[in-house]
Design a protein around this ligand. Structure first.
Ligand code: AMP
Ligand code: MG
Length: 477
């Protein structure tokens, strides 16, 4: 690993130097060899013991100068002006063989300047959860941060109950969030804000660098990326659970796998997160929250858009007014493909009919989409209870279908069979806490190929039975 540290070019209130805690007995749980190879690392001469030490920060590789980043954020609508990496430190950045830059960050490596009352550590559960969910997301084709390593520390951390501790290694194209902009904007430091904008553009959107009003273009780019992301989530039944502004990247990568979940049976208002008591981040509320979060980013950019505040606000408001339609178009486009259709007039009626049917019959979101192709392939609609609603849906749907070649295969390539189901993730966590990682490994292997049928893995495609149902998810931090 050859590290560089471009964040160090930013004014120094963006970050603070960090040092990992000492851990008694780091043991490698899982290492992502394929990601490591893609990043151009060569760890072939390293033992598991050495990797465990490296990915708990027990020694600092050459070129690394660890830091924790500052950020602010709206948490459930309330502004907190100082959050920051309270349990994470950045080892540094690496360039992959194609020259793409990635952050390598340790999560749970010990207290930092931003820990407030927290211990800076992570329990094993959240590490297992983020590993499974973020890699599953990647293999489903959704932009996301990734999992390079999970290491147990040999230490006990205290949450509701004592728990084994662990460190997670996260790879991200950066850790810049809407909250990073809020951190600087709330301090009214326009020159630092400009430095952050320039840095962000250089790193993520270099094509707009020398264009007129690059701040506005930057805003459009982020909005586009976030719109794509949230539409993609929703097409897979994913509920992020904590869409706070500090958990929204400027790249449109999914970040922060806390109390998130893929839903089993379809429910537009589904919430899993234990802390989301009012359903702010419910499945169907995600587009509204996306718009709200983009408005908070717009607040930050005002002084960078135009010297005249009123004009700047008008320009940003105009952009914001376009986003709901853009989102709708993106979601409709994605959803149409799942039915083997191209988006066309009348599609909204099919979609509404379908979701009403799934919701009233409590049908599984993922399997319902997956089984659509069977109707076309084998005229097999045994999965679907034949209600009047279903008949209406089927005739509307069939009336729009083309006789395109290999349509069923195309549908199977975007409607996954395997998603990280909550009850399986929960079981993997419970087993891991008892020291058994077999299920964790197997689940990861299954989710590497979410679209391919495999008889021996069929159990992983099934929704939970009544005893297995998980109704609440926890951050567990
Ligand atoms: P999250 O809910 O994971 O987005 O975290 C919100 C904030 O709480 C971030 O600033 C985290 O760094 C911080 N935080 C979460 N867990 C801990 C912990 N165990 N110790 C210190 N800070 C933490
Ligand atoms: Mg966070």
């Amino acid at each position: 690993m050859k590290f560089s540290n471009t964040y160090h070019k930013l004014p120094n209130h963006f970050y603070a130097p960090s040092k990992a805690a000492h851990f008694p007995d780091p043991q490698l749980i899982r290492f992502n060899h394929s990601l490591s190879q893609n990043l151009g690392f060569d760890f072939s001469s390293k033992s598991d013991e050495e990797l465990a030490k490296l990915f708990t920060g027990q020694y600092i590789p050459e070129g690394s100068a660890p830091i924790s980043l500052a950020y602010a954020g709206h948490q459930f609508g309330h502004f907190v002006d100082q959050l920051g990496d309270g349990r994470a430190m950045l080892l540094g950045e690496v360039l992959d063989p194609e020259g793409k830059r990635f952050d390598i960050q340790l999560k749970g490596s010990g207290p930092t300047k931003f820990s407030r009352n927290g211990d800076g550590k992570s329990a094993l559960g959240p590490v297992i959860r983020e590993y499974i969910l973020s890699e599953a997301m990647f293999h489903l084709g959704v932009p996301t941060t990734r999992a390079l390593a999970a290491v147990s520390t040999g230490e006990i951390v205290y949450r509701d109950t004592p728990m084994p501790g662990a460190v997670f290694t996260r790879v991200a194209s950066s850790h810049l969030r809407i909250g990073t902009f809020q951190f600087i904007a709330s301090r009214n430091d326009v020159s630092a804000l400009k430095a952050l904008l320039d840095y962000s553009i250089q790193r993520h959107y270099p094509e707009i660098k020398n264009q007129e009003n690059s701040a506005l273009l930057f805003f459009q780019q982020i909005a586009k990326a976030q719109i794509k992301l949230i539409a993609h989530w929703m097409s897979l039944g994913f509920i992020h659970g904590v869409m706070n502004t500090d958990n929204m990247t400027i790249t449109g990568e999914t970040i922060d796998y806390g109390p998130c979940a893929f839903m089993d049976h379809f429910n537009f208002n589904q919430v899993y997160s234990f802390i989301d008591r009012n359903g702010r981040y419910a499945y169907g509320n995600q587009p509204k929250i996306l718009m709200w979060n983009l408005s908070r980013l717009a607040d930050c950019l005002i002084p960078l858009i135009k010297a005249d505040e009123k004009t700047a606000i008008e320009m940003l408001n105009h952009e914001l007014s376009l986003f709901p339609k853009m989102f709708e178009a993106e979601l409709n486009h994605r959803m149409a493909l799942k039915f083997g259709l191209r988006y066309q007039a009348g599609f909204e009626e099919i979609l509404e009919c379908w979701f009403n049917y799934l919701q009233s019959e409590k049908l599984d979101f993922t399997l319902s989409f997956r089984n659509l192709s069977k109707i076309l392939k084998k005229n097999d609609n045994s999965f679907f209870p034949e209600t009047p609603q279903f008949k209406k849906f089927e005739s509307l749907w069939r009336s729009k279908l083309s006789n395109e070649q290999k349509l069923q295969e195309k549908m199977d390539a975007i409607n996954p069979l395997f998603i990280p189901r909550n009850h399986q993730v929960e079981k993997s966590i419970q087993e891991a806490i008892r020291g058994n990682y077999a299920l964790f490994h197997e689940l990861n292997d299954v989710l590497t190929h979410p679209f391919s049928e495999k008889a021996e893995f069929s159990i992983y495609s099934l929704p939970p039975n009544n005893e297995e149902k998980v109704t609440n998810t926890f951050c567990g931090t």
